[in-house]
Design a protein around this ligand. Sequence first.
Ligand code: IPM
Ligand code: MN
Length: 361
Amino acid sequence: MSVLPGDGIGLEAAEKRFGFQLEFRHYIWASCTCFQEHGTMLPPDWKKLLQACDAIYFGAGMMATLLLFRREFDQYINLRPCCLFPGVTSPLANREGEPIDFITVRENTEGEYSSVGGCIFEGTDGETVIQDTVFTRTDVDRVLRYAFELARSITVEKYHIDILCAHFVQRPRTFDVVVGSNLLGDILSNLGPPCTGTIGIAPSASLNPSSSQGDPDQDAKPVHGSAPDIAGQGITNPVGKVWSGQMMLEWLGEKEATQALMGAIEKVLQEGTNAQLKGESDLLTPDMGGKGTTEALGRAIEEEALEIKFEEGVGKKIITANIEPTESPSHSLPSMQIFQSRIIIKRDITEKAKASHGYTK
Ligand code: IPM
Ligand code: MN
């Protein structure tokens, strides 16, 4: 897979090293390009096509697609981890040595994103727009329960959103699991990552932990959007997408691959920052103050994922694979298309209990 060089490569590397197989189905619909060409975002059989797969790997999406998938497949949980990696510079001053490591659980199917409402008297002085917020007991309960089960230790603090934003900036290290409504969770998940250096590294996974058979129960994508201001320049930070892929593998139960990818991201970011501080390398992308490219940073993570050693007793033996770069037609896609294209992943691995992955503990 090589939709966005680096991210796809990361998963491919993990696949080869850890001996599982993913079948990728590349689609370019659900993009502006598709809309411009065909006047529609989605083909008539989009649902059937997605239902034939276990997971969706998204670049960046729009309301018309992302929100539809989340609702149609009842992916009511949206997980958005936020982590200040060792060595990486936070824009917050005087935070030496203070870890930031928390996860936002965003409600993902209703709340402020209900789509209940409309517009009357359009184009007149009396134009009126009504948008309703919907909270159902069933949904609020299941999202809160999920967040509580995720929390490592339970001390509950409740905040209004305004002061919570202040705490995110002033004492981000004190958070572990943060649960919020659809809109507020979205906003918080865009506030946390910049405190850890850049939103470009932030991943997300929309999940349906109680999925019935047949539907894709996860949709992984970076938190960031399609960034039209830098699209096409090859300088998007690939980490958000690689990390999203890592979350996807975790959900699929591929523990070692998950660890290897996470370790690789950590190491490359740390070494990249060190080298940058010494003026020795420009591996990091511009959002991290470097002059690096998506491709180079992605490849560095790939190489690391193939070689990284596990802590004693955690991983398996170290294999140094030698992967030839694969030819893929997606290399030649204009980057806007690449950015918005979606990869559907069909699981072809031995059945592994979902309960074994970290996020459901
Ligand atoms: C995200 C995106 C979407 C959202 C938009 C594109 C509708 O910003 O995944 O956070 O806000 O849910
Ligand atoms: Mn958003």
